[in-house]
Design a protein around this ligand. Structure first.
Ligand code: 3HC
Length: 293
């Protein structure tokens, strides 16, 4: 199966990163957002990052021009109908995803592969609502998508081997490392990462140490690029709570259950970096200050 033209539904932080990766790998990319305001913001993010890469010498002027030339922004899903592969990166709300795929399923030709970037929902649950379970797959990118080298490729029991091979090769063409995961909650990374982050929040909640000292411990003691509480802020507390809920729902194990502190933080809007407050005060994003929680 040849992939030349890709569609990306949702041009937020993850979607914009995927659009940029597709352009830099030579694909024609159609980026979709729900309205013009969100679309312009998303396209601005992509164009800014490509300009920055060119300014640093990571892209030649010709490659930059070519990449920008292959980018189309749309607000009508109909315009994605000619794509060979469409990756959905809309918020982690099942009804939103089902709505997007129901429309794409009707609009696209039978050969179009549909992929979800979900981190916490079941790929099978989403695929089941389309008429092309065999052409449905999970492609889970990590944040920031342009920087993190891994993509989890999630096949369901219905994914056609040829579709899997195409998706796997596509990930490699983006210069990412694909790993294969079954459609279990958390796939591989979040299955292992979520309990670690929950344990860090539990340590804070139980008064074991401060935000700064928990993070310093894992950064300096284990060489992690950022401490677990900063990473929780980076991921978003709402995303983390949803992921933990999915794991708890699937495995019914206490270690996956969202903790009271993080639930209250979500209730009060302390979602992390994107909200300006979480375990850190992000008023100055270059100099986050630990909160006294
Ligand atoms: N978006 C895009 N690019 C970013 C970025 C962002 N938010 N933050 C940093 N970068 C880029 C920088 O531009 C820089 O690129 P360059 O090398 O081309 O100049 C590069 O990343 C390194 O940035 P910095 O030197 O400023 O900062 P660091 O060396 O501290 O790296 C980091 C920043 C890559 C974010 C690093 O701290 C890190 O790896 N943190 C852990 C990230 C992580 O674990 N992500 C996975 C989250 S889990 C997930 O996504 C799953 C989901 O389902 C929840």
């Amino acid at each position: 199966m040849a992939v030349k033209r890709i569609g990306v539904v949702g041009c937020g932080a993850m979607g914009a990163g995927i659009v940029q990766l597709g352009l830099q790998a030579g694909y024609e990319v159609v980026a979709h957002e729900i309205n013009d305001e969100f679309l312009q913001k998303g396209l601005g993010r992509v164009k800014g990052a490509i300009e920055k890469a060119a300014a640093k010498g990571a892209l030649s002027v010709e490659d930059k021009e070519s990449a920008l030339h292959r980018l189309t922004g749309v607000t009508d899903l109909q315009e994605l109908s000619g794509c060979d592969l469409i990756i959905e990166a809309v918020p982690e709300v099942m009804s939103l995803k089902l709505d997007v795929f129901k429309k794409l399923d009707t609009l696209c030709g039978p050969e179009t592969i549909l992929a979800t970037n979900t981190s916490s929902l079941s790929v099978s649950d989403i695929a089941a609502n389309t008429s092309r379970q065999d052409k449905f797959i999970g492609l889970h990118f990590f944040n920031p998508a342009t920087v993190m080298p891994l993509v989890e490729v999630i096949k369901t029991i219905r994914t056609e081997p040829e579709v899997f091979d195409t998706a796997f090769a596509f990930v490699k063409s983006l210069k990412k490392t694909p790993v294969v995961a079954k459609d279990n909650a958390g796939f591989i990374v979040n299955l292992l990462l979520t309990p670690f982050l929950l344990d860090a929040i539990r340590a804070l909640q139980d008064g074991v140490a401060s935000v700064a000292d928990i993070d310093a411990s894992m950064k300096l003691g284990c060489n992690h690029p950022m401490g677990p509480l900063m990473l929780a802020d980076f991921i978003g507390l709402d995303v983390l709570v949803n992921g933990a809920k999915s794991l708890f729902e699937e495995y019914k194990e206490k270690r996956y259950a969202p903790l009271p502190l993080m639930k209250r933080m979500v209730t009060l809007g302390s979602l992390g970096l994107k909200a300006g407050k979480g375990f850190y005060d992000w008023s100055d994003p270059k100099n986050p200050k630990p909160m006294d929680l």
